[in-house]
Design a protein around this ligand. Structure first.
Ligand code: BTN
Length: 245
């Protein structure tokens, strides 16, 4: 994976470029990287802020033989890969917040966004977007409405070699992705749960259908979050914003 890398200085968003490259026939593993995004996209229609030369913005083109329903699992595979890569390169230990935020001491360090072009029954192309706050100073970090942001530099006091971190993310993702495609989600699920701060806590999930509060007991085989409310009813959460209750 990532054997072809197309690099840009400044672009609106690497996600749209990756979709365009994919439509033009780019192969699985083609990576689009930019030094800056001026219109980065986040989950649930939010913006994602990236700063010139200090943040990492990358979008990976994947062509997995998966159903559209399975593709959210790739986000969890990526979250495990990115936390492992961060730990390898910087020795910092980061936590995963369901589904795919990566935090250090409760502050957001990484955002992951998967977008898919599908045919009935088949995810044709998946664009896996990863944004990492690498060398931003405290001043450069924009604070989104929900999470305070941090960077590897703020947490470690050291500059991270961005190219090395990108290469390590790809290395980690490659074997986890292969494991996932070969053996299914169960092994990834264990790795994800071990690094997650969203298990065994009372959480509040804001979904499009309203708010659910309950104890998080784990994730399903699809990667959805399970919340058990006070009446013992277990709710399966596919997409939501999560906060401590
Ligand atoms: C989120 O946490 O809301 C997801 C943020 C995803 C950001 C990355 S940066 C590279 C790629 N290009 C984008 O415009 N978004 C993703």
């Amino acid at each position: 994976l990532g054997h072809t890398v197309t690099y840009y200085d400044s672009v609106p968003t690497t996600q749209t470029l990756a979709h365009e490259w994919a439509e033009g026939g780019a192969k699985e593993g083609h990576l689009i990287v930019a030094d800056e995004q001026t219109g980065g996209r986040g989950r649930l229609g939010r913006n994602w802020h990236s700063t010139f030369g200090t943040s990492i913005s990358m979008s990976l083109i994947l062509r997995p033989k998966l159903s559209p329903q399975q593709t959210p699992q790739l986000t969890l595979v990526a979250a495990v890969a990115v936390t492992r890569a961060i730990e390898k390169v910087t020795q910092l230990k980061a936590d995963i917040k369901w589904p795919n935020d990566i935090l250090i001491k409760g502050k957001k360090l990484v955002g992951i966004l998967t977008e898919m072009q599908s045919e009935p029954g088949l995810a044709k192309v998946v664009i896996l977007g990863i944004g990492i706050n690498a060398n931003q100073s405290e001043d450069e970090l924009s604070h989104d409405e929900r999470n305070q942001a941090t960077s590897l530099k703020v947490e470690s006091g050291l500059e991270t070699n961005r190219a090395q971190l990108i290469a390590t993310v790809l290395e980690e993702f490659e074997w986890l992705y292969d494991t996932y495609l070969e053996k299914g989600f169960s092994e990834i699920k264990l790795l994800w749960e071990a690094r997650s701060i969203s298990i065994g806590k009372k959480l509040k999930a804001q979904t499009i259908n309203g708010t659910v509060t309950g104890m998080s007991t784990g994730i399903t085989a699809e990667g959805a979050l399970l919340l058990e409310d006070d009446e013992g009813i277990v709710h399966t959460i596919y997409s939501a914003d999560i906060d401590q209750a």
